[in-house]
Design a protein around this ligand. Structure first.
Ligand SMILES: Cc1cc2nc3c(=O)[nH]c(=O)nc-3n(C[C@H](O)[C@H](O)[C@H](O)COP(=O)(O)O)c2cc1C
Length: 193
């Protein structure tokens, strides 16, 4: 008899990567700095497509939706991504300008989650982003339909798995002009690895 998919899934190891050293006590006050440091480390470690992320939005009925996108930039405003205004996500963002992003870098057993309101970039900036894409990628995009958006972070979680299962979870919350951050307990999950 063939194995059930459940048995096959149970046999697949999880959290097989190797986490770089990270001391949450020396975490910077600004989470953008930490994100860029982790992304730099993922790039240096040749992790495949570390700029791929899941963008989650909600539709008019509040039902969640999610898809994979490419991160375009991280700056003082937020995490940037591009798509068409006429896409499902474009219409969802017009109705409900808020989103969550999630990154998973298996080689380093690291994951990052970002949540917050979404702002649309200016027409000029959106056009510049489209112009920077390859001719093939621009094909089929109607005039004025391309947009760049940014998730303005209010909450960011940095998660790093550990071989001894003492997984680390560091939460940042926006507080006025600055940020607070703390290690969250209960990060050890029996089913994580
Ligand atoms: C690795 C990867 C990267 C992608 N990058 C983008 C992107 O940057 N922008 C985009 O609009 N769609 C991108 N897509 C396609 C989206 O996942 C999605 O299928 C499409 O945008 C339609 O989503 P929607 O119907 O929810 O609007 C990417 C897909 C993959 C697998």
């Amino acid at each position: 008899m063939t194995s059930s998919i459940r048995d096959l899934l149970r046999a697949v190891p999880a959290l097989t990567g190797s986490a770089p050293p990270f001391d949450p006590l020396s975490a910077p006050d600004d989470p953008t700095e930490l994100f860029v440091a982790w992304l730099d480390e993922a790039l240096a470690a040749d992790i495949a497509e570390p700029h791929a992320m899941t963008l989650s939005t909600v539709d008019a009925e509040g039902r969640p939706d999610a898809r994979t996108l490419i991160l375009k930039d991280v700056d003082r405003v937020g995490w940037a991504f591009g798509s068409t205004l006429s896409s499902v996500k474009g219409r969802q963002l017009a109705m409900h300008p808020a989103a969550a992003l999630s990154f998973w870098w298996p080689g380093q057993v690291r994951a990052v989650r970002v949540r917050g309101p979404v702002v649309q970039a200016s027409t000029e900036e959106s056009a510049a982003d489209l112009a920077a894409r390859s001719a093939a990628a621009r094909e089929g995009v109607a005039e004025g339909d391309w947009a760049l958006w940014r998730v303005v972070p209010e909450q960011i979680e940095f998660w790093q798995g550990a071989a001894d299962r003492r997984h680390l979870r560091l939460m940042y919350e926006r507080r006025g002009d600055g940020w607070s951050h703390a290690v969250v307990n209960g990060a050890q999950r029996e089913d994580a690895g």
